[in-house]
Design a protein around this ligand. Structure first.
Ligand SMILES: [Zn+2]
Length: 183
């Protein structure tokens, strides 16, 4: 398989990557698109986006490359800063970005086309990360609207019991136990 064939195969299977051969560097040429793909966890301590995002918009050729104008729809998971109530809500982010055909050494801020392919991944992650609230307040209004606040005032924030194993570390706990047995 040649490099071009590999790229084409990757493009077919990867909904994040758009072929802009017909548009790049061709001012006035446009193409509408819509796609869906999974983003890796984009997160801050009390908020995150994960799972499938929908992206739809327009690709427009310009002398430097391609301008992407699109709307990203995703699910935002957030934890109330007052009472730690968790929830999820839809968010929409509007994006307008230039993807240049040529990579100037001096410029790390701009997105670039690679072999006339536009990869939506980094730009989508950047846009979503910018939207994440640093201190989400899920419960509108006064503190009394927080469902967990009475309990927190009485007992303080409930810390997870020490013996509860984070599911991500569960495979490790088996290893530790086996070692302990040998010792
Ligand atoms: Zn709350």
């Amino acid at each position: 398989m040649t490099r071009a064939e590999r790229l084409e195969a990757a493009t077919r299977t990867d909904a994040r990557v758009l072929d802009v051969t017909e548009i790049a560097g061709n001012p006035g040429a446009t193409r509408a698109f819509t796609t869906q793909f999974a983003v890796d966890d984009v997160s801050v301590p009390l908020a995150s986006v994960s799972g499938t995002v929908s992206v739809d918009g327009l690709l427009e050729g310009v002398v430097e490359g391609v301008v992407l104008v699109c709307r990203i729809r995703a699910e935002l998971y957030e934890t109330c800063r007052r009472c730690l109530e968790e929830g999820v809500r839809p968010i929409e982010v509007e994006v307008t970005e230039l993807f240049t055909s040529f990579h100037a050494e001096s410029d790390d801020e701009t997105y670039h086309l690679v072999d006339s392919k536009l990869d939506l991944d980094q730009c989508t992650r950047d846009a979503l990360a910018f939207e994440l609230p640093d201190a989400p307040l899920r419960c509108e209004g006064s503190p009394e609207s927080c469902p967990n606040l009475a309990a927190i005032r009485e007992h303080g924030y409930q810390v997870e019991p020490d013996d509860r194993v984070d599911p991500r570390w569960a495979p490790l706990s088996g290893l530790i136990t086996d070692q302990d047995k040998e010792n």
